[in-house]
Write a protein that binds this ligand. Structure first.
Ligand code: MN3
Length: 223
């Protein structure tokens, strides 16, 4: 499969820039391509899970968003701007939910790679150790956030000012709407893991950290 955006990895994200191109080139937003094959994350995430998650869940958010913004001033905006401008406004809840979920899932696909996970290195590790004390403290915080998110939501490694933080959000909410920069996203909605792990969310998130986390992506997002 082709990469998510046909750019060298150093400039892959800028999600905003990539999405802007997609918005300008098509009558609506288009589903970004997965950065790997649907089988690429096996045995940790099955092709069945990834196929449904990308081809049904992600695509449905995208289709809903395109229907909601068609013929409105939202239609010409970059995706990130829609997320930021619709956040917190009750009359824009449906637009926010679908726009944020399109953005969040694009981030999630980038946050994983085959043979990923384990301890990062270099500047990213130094920043993690500075903010959390140690890599183990970070993984504990990330696991706890992911497991304690009641119901559907997300666990994130985000940058807030100079500090790295572990953040959990409910439903479609995203650090992007709170002025934070996303370094790593983990979807903890049941559809992300139920076919492979049933109710064992902690096992899924542990596997995510040990075998899937794309630290190259996270490092590329550091400011
Ligand atoms: Mn999902």
């Amino acid at each position: 499969m082709k990469p998510l955006f046909s750019l060298p990895s150093a400039c892959v994200l800028s999600l905003a820039a990539g999405m802007q191109v997609l918005a300008a080139d098509a009558p609506g937003f288009q589903l970004p391509l997965l950065p790997y094959a649907e089988t690429a994350l096996e045995p940790y995430i099955s092709a069945k899970t990834l196929g449904f998650h990308y081809g049904k869940h992600h695509k449905t958010y995208l289709d809903n968003l395109n229907k909601l913004v068609a013929g409105t001033p939202w239609a010409g905006m970059p995706l990130e701007e829609i997320v930021k401008k619709s956040a917190g406004a009750p009359e824009n809840t449906a637009i926010f939910n679908n726009a944020a979920q399109v953005w969040n899932h694009t981030c999630f696909w980038q946050s994983m790679k085959p043979n990923g996970g384990g301890k990062p290195s270099g500047a990213l590790l130094a920043r993690i150790e500075k903010s959390f004390g140690s890599y183990d403290s970070f993984t504990n915080a990330f696991l706890n956030a992911a497991v304690s998110q009641f119901g559907s939501g997300w666990a994130w490694l985000a940058q807030d000012g100079d500090a790295l933080k572990v953040v959990k959000t409910a439903n479609a909410d995203t650090p992007l709407a709170h002025g934070q920069t996303v370094l790593l996203a983990c979807d903890v909605w049941e559809h992300a893991y139920y076919l492979d792990y049933q109710n064992r969310r902690r096992d899924f998130v542990q596997i995510f950290l040990e075998h899937l986390a794309n630290w190259d992506f996270a490092a590329s997002q550091l400011k």
